[in-house]
Ligand binder design. Structure first.
Ligand code: GLN
Length: 308
C-alpha cells in the first residue's frame, strides 16, 4: 500500500480548519456555573502514538475540566483492584438515557446500566471508597502517572458542582436507599465532584489513554498498567457506553471507542495505534463537544482509523 503522505501534524492542522463552521452550534455546560466561564472558542487536539510520538494543535496544552472522562480511569482502577466483582454493582449495557437519568434506577433495583452514566460512576466511587479515603486523589494521581505529569483538581470547579449537584445527590440518595451505594451519599458526591474536577490538557489526556491503544502497556511509564484482556473490555464499554445516549451516532460518524465529558473534552482510542484527545467547550444536547465530535469525524476519515 502507498505510504502515508501526510504527517499527523498536517492532519491535525487540516482538522482544525475543517471544524471552524461548527463553532457556535452548541452551548458550554452551565449547570456547573464554573464551566460556563470557559472561552467557548477554545479548540485543542492531540495524538499520542504507541511508538511514543505525540502531536498537538491549537489549545492542546491548555488544561480543561476532564469531568466524565475521569470515569474511564476510575473504572480502570476499580477493575484492576476488584476485578469482576465490579460487575455485581454496575451493568455493561448502553443506557439509551441521559447521563444523569434517575428513573431507570427505580426499575432496575438500583443497579446502574453502565459505569459511565452518573449513577454507575457513583457506584464506582462508592466501591473505591471501600479501599481508599480519597478516591478523587487516587484517580487524579493515576491519570497523572499515566500522563507522565502530575495533575491537579480545580477546587473552584469542584465546589461549583458540589453546590449545584441536586440531581446527582438525588441519584446517590436513591441508590443508598436501594443499598447499591453503601457509604454516606454526601461523601460519595463530594468524592465524585472532586474527581470530575481534575484538570488535564489534550496532550496529557492522549498520553494517559494510550495504554488502551497499546494492549495495556503504558509507553510513558514503560510498564503494563492493565492486562490486555481488560483493555479490550474497557474499549468495548467505551464503544457501547462512552458517549451516553448519542453513542450510536458517534460510532456512525467516528467509529472509535471514546469517552466524553461536559468540560468539552473527548478522548478516543485507536487500538494498536494511538490515543486522540480533543477539547472544545460547546456541547450538544447529549453533553458532548460539538466541535470535538466533528474533529474526530474528520480525523477518523483522513487517517482511515475507524475500528468498524
Ligand atoms: N460532573 C458531571 C456531572 O455529574 C459530569 C457529567 C459529564 O461529564 N458527562 O454532571
Amino acid at each position: 500500500p502507498p505510504k502515508e503522505v501526510t504527517s499527523l501534524n498536517d492532519v491535525l492542522h487540516e482538522v482544525s480548519v475543517l471544524v471552524k463552521p461548527h463553532f457556535g452550534k452548541g452551548r458550554a455546560a452551565d449547570y456547573i456555573p464554573e464551566l460556563a466561564a470557559v472561552d467557548p472558542m477554545k479548540f485543542g487536539m492531540a495524538v499520542a502514538t504507541v511508538e511514543g510520538d505525540h502531536y498537538g494543535v491549537g489549545d492542546a496544552d491548555e488544561p480543561f475540566s476532564a469531568q466524565s472522562i475521569t470515569k474511564l480511569f476510575a473504572l480502570g482502577l476499580a477493575l484492576n483492584r476488584l476485578g469482576d466483582e465490579v460487575w455485581t454493582r454496575v451493568g455493561k449495557e448502553p443506557s439509551g438515557t441521559p447521563f444523569n437519568y434517575l428513573s431507570q434506577l427505580e426499575q432496575e433495583a438500583g443497579i446502574p446500566r453502565n459505569p459511565f452514566i452518573n449513577a454507575g460512576a457513583l457506584a464506582i466511587t462508592d466501591i473505591l471508597l471501600d479501599v481508599v479515603r480519597e478516591p478523587a486523589n487516587l484517580v487524579r494521581d493515576f491519570m497523572g502517572v499515566l500522563a507522565g505529569e502530575p495533575l491537579s483538581i480545580d477546587d473552584a470547579v469542584a465546589r461549583s458542582e458540589m453546590e449545584t449537584a441536586y440531581k446527582n445527590r438525588a441519584i446517590a440518595n436513591l441508590m443508598r436507599a436501594q443499598g447499591t451505594i453503601t457509604h454516606d451519599p454526601s461523601a460519595v458526591i463530594e468524592a465524585y465532584c472532586r474527581q470530575c474536577a481534575v484538570s488535564i490538557t489534550c496532550r496529557q489526556l492522549a498520553r494517559a489513554a494510550l495504554p488502551l491503544a497499546a494492549a495495556g502497556y503504558s509507553p510513558v511509564m514503560e510498564e503494563s498498567i492493565f492486562p490486555e484482556r481488560l483493555t479490550r473490555r474497557l474499549n468495548a464499554l467505551l464503544l457501547t457506553c462512552g458517549i451516553y445516549d448519542s453513542v450510536g451516532s458517534f460510532a456512525y460518524r467516528v467509529g472509535l471507542p471514546a469517552k466524553s465529558g461536559v468540560g468539552g473534552g473527548i478522548v478516543a482510542v485507536i487500538p494498536g495505534r494511538a490515543a486522540v484527545a480533543v477539547w472544545s467547550p460547546e456541547l450538544d444536547r447529549y453533553g458532548t463537544s460539538v466541535v470535538g465530535v466533528s474533529a474526530l469525524e474528520h480525523f477518523s476519515r483522513l487517517t482511515n482509523c475507524s475500528v468498524l
